[in-house]
Design a protein around this ligand. Structure first.
Ligand code: ME8
Length: 511
């Protein structure tokens, strides 16, 4: 068991749809970070799956004339198939209809009630089923519709239970002050701080109608509001992790709490940055360390909608091209704090430029040279370039990956290819044909291979499959970087002997 622990989550996704490219974006971001942490010697817990107690799933099941339980089973399987196809390296899966989640949510509500943070009140509000959230008149567009779903919100008038969020205004302000990087990136944190300044109202956490959901423990006539149950999924998997079958083993993974990172989209930042820390404090749990907020992907500048037929299927897209192409595009075309309009053309262009041409050409250039010399290359790194290597490694590890800046990390690693290409152009190893120049030639080649080794390690969390192949082809026995005991620094500083025996097919064929 490793002592360094890291717990990362994706949002749990609604099951009125199968995941589209936007959902895949969040899960891929979380996957890269999880793999990075594993290589760096952390014991990683990575949780994901589905948010099931929603009205919209119920309506969808009714539309299909299906029993809700059968419908949810079918959709949970479909969601899992997507994440398995994309090789998302989750360790924990949660469905919010599972008995362990019901049990835990009821426990925390009881605890929160006993701590005097839940009160009864009259609820008179507008509710958008698409958002599964209440709305104010000023949130609606000029036709009185929800601007995101273009539907008329329901008017709900009933007596139910409220979470007293207003008691947390000052506590949250203080928490943000003490944790200036709680929400990444900064623009999203600033939005949340502005929101916090304006108003914090108590919000309803139960519904009077007998809807589908978790029975509210202090009043059995009511069910729990879906968001109040959903957020606690992150804790359920620590409190009652399913390690074998469906047995409920209390507290087994509580040493992973508080979560290190929640990856969420901007539309649910408010739930994670404002409500969630308050809900945790009220129930007596520590707050998460960071929330990473991603921007939104549109297609033809429209929100992605099943009914518009503009949803890009991540399985189809990655089958047509590759997971690496999709990931490269989603993580480098735009910064995480931006929204972006999806473009297949641009994705292919970036792949060809960065992976097929840049990496591919470089590899070919010195593969041919190395084969000409001999099989084994062991020498020392050229001083002219060793500084650049150490600059890359220290920068990679301590600065970018640890602040979850995936775009900058990739951009920077790709930038180092240019340095390497320039090194080749400057040293012109192909001109070193004389016997007396052999030592110099070997030295240059060794430097190049060592550099490639480092780059492959840096890129492994992103493109683990191809980078594993690359390391394998130069006969390095890094058969499972995510399970080996070395951390990044040790891997970077390892001295290796390279064996180059045969010409390979292109690692990334041009499209
Ligand atoms: O909100 N662009 O689930 P959800 C980028 N169940 N990311 C997108 C996206 C897009 N167009 N569309 C979706 C819910 N996402 C709740 C979450 S968590 C306790 C409960 C991603 O199925 C993004 O991460 O609507 C967004 O926050 C999430 O999927 C919403 O998925």
């Amino acid at each position: 068991m490793k002592d360094k622990k890291f717990y990362i989550t994706t949002p749990i996704y609604y099951t009125n749809w199968v995941p589209h490219i936007g959902h895949a974006y969040s899960s891929l971001v979380a996957d890269v970070i999880a793999r990075y942490k594993r290589i760096d010697g952390f014991d990683v817990k990575f949780s994901t799956w589905v948010d099931e107690n929603s009205q919209k799933a119920l309506l969808k099941a009714q539309d299909l004339w299906m029993n809700i339980v059968d419908y949810l089973d079918m959709m949970a399987t479909k969601h899992q198939a997507v994440w398995d196809w994309l090789n998302i390296s989750y360790t924990d899966f949660i469905r919010t209809t599972e008995p362990r989640h019901h049990k835990f949510v009821q426990e925390v509500i009881q605890k929160t009630f006993e701590a005097w943070f839940i009160k009864k009140g009259n609820y008179e509000w507008l509710y958008c089923i698409g958002c599964e959230s209440f709305k104010k008149v000023e949130d609606l567009n000029t036709d009185w519709l929800c601007p995101d779903h273009l539907t008329k919100p329901e008017i709900i008038k009933e007596e139910n239970y409220f979470f007293e969020l207003s008691k947390f205004q000052e506590k949250l302000e203080k928490f943000y002050e003490e944790n200036p990087n709680f929400t990444i990136p900064n623009n999203r944190f600033n939005e949340m701080k502005t929101f916090l300044k304006e108003w914090l109202e108590d919000f309803s956490i139960s519904r009077n109608k007998k809807l589908f959901g978790i029975p509210f423990p202090i009043d059995k006539e009511q069910v729990t509001y879906v968001w109040y149950d959903a957020l606690f999924n992150y804790l359920t998997v620590c409190k009652y992790p399913v390690k074998s079958g469906l047995s409920i083993s209390p507290d087994l993974d509580m040493d992973f709490w508080p979560a290190d990172l929640h990856v969420v989209g901007k539309e649910i930042a408010r739930f994670h940055v404002i409500y969630w820390p308050a809900m945790l404090e009220a129930a007596g749990y520590e707050k998460p360390k960071n929330v990473l907020v991603t921007g939104f992907i549109t297609v033809d500048w429209q929100k992605i909608w099943k009914s518009l037929g503009n949803a890009i299927d991540p399985v189809e897209f990655s089958a047509k091209y590759s997971r690496d192409l999709m990931l490269l595009y989603l993580l480098t075309a735009f910064p995480i704090w931006n929204d972006w309009d999806f473009s297949e053309e641009q994705a292919v262009f970036m792949y060809n430029a960065k992976l097929a041409n840049n990496l591919g050409n470089l590899l070919n250039r010195f593969l041919v040279l190395s084969l000409k010399i001999w099989g084994k290359i062991q020498w020392k790194i050229d001083d002219k370039i060793s500084y650049n290597i150490s600059q890359l490694t220290s920068w990679y590890d301590s600065i970018r990956m640890n602040s979850y800046d995936l775009k900058q990390t990739l951009d920077k690693v790709f930038l180092f290819w240019d340095i390497l290409n320039k090194y080749l152009d400057d040293t012109k190893p192909w001109n070193l044909k004389d016997e007396s120049q052999l030592e110099e030639l070997i030295n240059i080649l060794y430097t190049l291979w060592e550099w490639l080794r480092i780059m492959a390690i840096c890129l492994y969390p992103f493109f683990y499959d191809k980078m594993w192949e690359l390391l394998n082809r130069i006969w390095l026995n890094y058969w499972d970087l995510e399970k080996c005991d070395l951390n990044f620094n040790e891997l970077f500083n390892k001295t290796e002997t390279f064996t180059i025996k045969e010409k390979w097919e292109a690692l990334y064929p041009r499209i």
